[in-house]
Design a protein around this ligand. Structure first.
Ligand SMILES: NC(=O)C1=CN([C@@H]2O[C@H](COP(=O)(O)OP(=O)(O)OC[C@H]3O[C@@H](n4cnc5c(N)ncnc54)[C@H](O)[C@@H]3O)[C@@H](O)[C@H]2O)C=CC1
Ligand SMILES: NCC(=O)COP(=O)(O)O
Length: 346
């Protein structure tokens, strides 16, 4: 029987509402409806309350929305979905994303970080953004991950934020060493410095934030058969293998490089705690294939907790109340657990 955690803490998780044309608003509301059975602690949305009400009515979701400030969210949460106004109107036009909503979408993310920095929120979960729509409006970051790194350095002066994306499912965690870049640019960005920096953050955060005492890091090769001794590409032997050796000198349990095609089957998955993959799809295809509905995108290397569902805006099904809220629920649960672990260890 899951515990009702709705009133067991003094600060809630802030949830930026994401792209209004997508499924973010409805999966947030569905997560609220399932809060008790899912054992979720309190959370509140940041966005346009009028938009939220309109979308939930369109979807036929029987959810009361309570406008509040972050401090009032915990009290409201048992009876209504708390929402903090981001001060920028959003349109209830499912499926048609555009730069018109960008200001509110970005502001909601900024406000969530401000609330965490001010001690008004325990952590942050983000609903998906439509990246191209934000780029059209001048957003200059590949995604949340990099934007949050900049916001962290702004609000935690003196801290060097090194945001690292990790996809965490029930059976598999993966980290893309390079993320949102064209595939032709990947080999040039696989450097020893990047590998060492990512592996150190992953090792530290798996210990500190996930309670894994001795994390085992499996490192995937870049080329077929991890280069086949150099005949299918030289990065594996010239860059990745020496970086792994350097990590082992630091007593980080990194292993590999392993051929990526045989790294994700069930027996292989019992031999490590996380895979460092060389590019986006090498990391995300296996986790989303194994557990699309339960996997969480979590940012390591920040001075605060940030999680997100693994899926995107799903414009094709927005406004129909058929999106599954499971990944958003998993993201909220993970944010809650990580913030509790931090509270205990702080
Ligand atoms: N954290 C974030 O902000 C993320 C944003 N995105 C953005 O989302 C946009 C769309 O990306 P896509 O590659 O099309 O991926 P997507 O995840 O939005 O959709 C892929 C397929 O999965 C389905 N799907 C997604 N979420 C679902 C859910 N909760 N329940 C049921 N079905 C679901 C969609 O209907 C679609 O058929 C892009 O702009 C992308 O950049 C993508 C991933 C994460
Ligand atoms: N493909 C994962 C993704 O797009 C999430 O990016 P971010 O917005 O969390 O940086």
């Amino acid at each position: 029987m899951p515990t009702d955690l709705s009133s067991s803490r003094d600060r809630a998780i802030a949830v930026s509402i994401g792209e209004p044309a997508g499924v973010g608003a409805e999966v947030i509301a569905m997560a609220w409806l399932r809060r008790r059975e899912a054992g979720l602690g309190p959370f509140y949305a940041i966005g346009d309350p009028a938009f939220l009400r309109a979308r939930l009515a369109r979807c036929g979701l029987d959810v009361s929305v309570a406008e509040t400030d972050p401090d009032g969210a915990v009290t409201c949460f048992a009876k209504a979905l708390p929402v903090v106004d981001a001060g920028s109107p959003m349109r209830d036009e499912p499926g048609s994303a555009g730069s018109h909503s960008a200001q509110g979408v970005i502001r909601a993310i900024e406000m969530a970080v401000e609330h965490v920095a001010a001690g008004q929120a325990a952590g942050l979960a983000t609903a998906p953004i439509q990246k191209a729509a934000l780029y059209d409006a001048g957003f200059r970051f590949p995604g949340h991950t990099e934007f949050l790194g900049v916001l962290a350095e702004k609000h935690w002066p003196g801290q060097v934020a090194e945001p690292v994306m990790m996809l965490a499912g029930p059976e598999l965690r993966t980290v893309p060493v390079t993320v949102h870049i064209p595939i032709q640019d990947v080999p040039g960005q696989i450097t020893a410095e990047r590998l060492l920096a990512v592996a150190r953050i992953v090792d530290r955060d798996l210990r500190e934030r996930f309670g894994i005492g001795a994390p085992r890091l499996a490192v995937a090769g870049l080329n077929p058969h991890a280069g086949e001794g150099g005949s299918m590409g030289r990065e594996d032997m010239e860059i990745i293998a020496p970086a792994i050796a350097a990590l082992r000198q630091e007593r980080i349990d990194a292993r590999g490089p392993y051929p990526a095609d045989t790294l994700f089957h069930p027996r292989a998955r019992t031999t490590y705690d996380v895979v460092l993959a060389m590019y986006h799809d090498q990391a995300l295809i296996p986790v989303k294939t194994i557990a699309f509905d339960e996997t969480v995108n979590v940012t390591l290397g920040l001075p605060f907790v940030r999680t997100s569902p693994d899926h995107g805006t799903a414009l094709d099904i927005a406004g129909k109340a058929i999106a599954r809220p499971d990944s958003m629920i998993a993201a909220l649960r993970m944010a809650d657990e990580m913030t509790r672990l931090r509270d205990v260890s702080a």
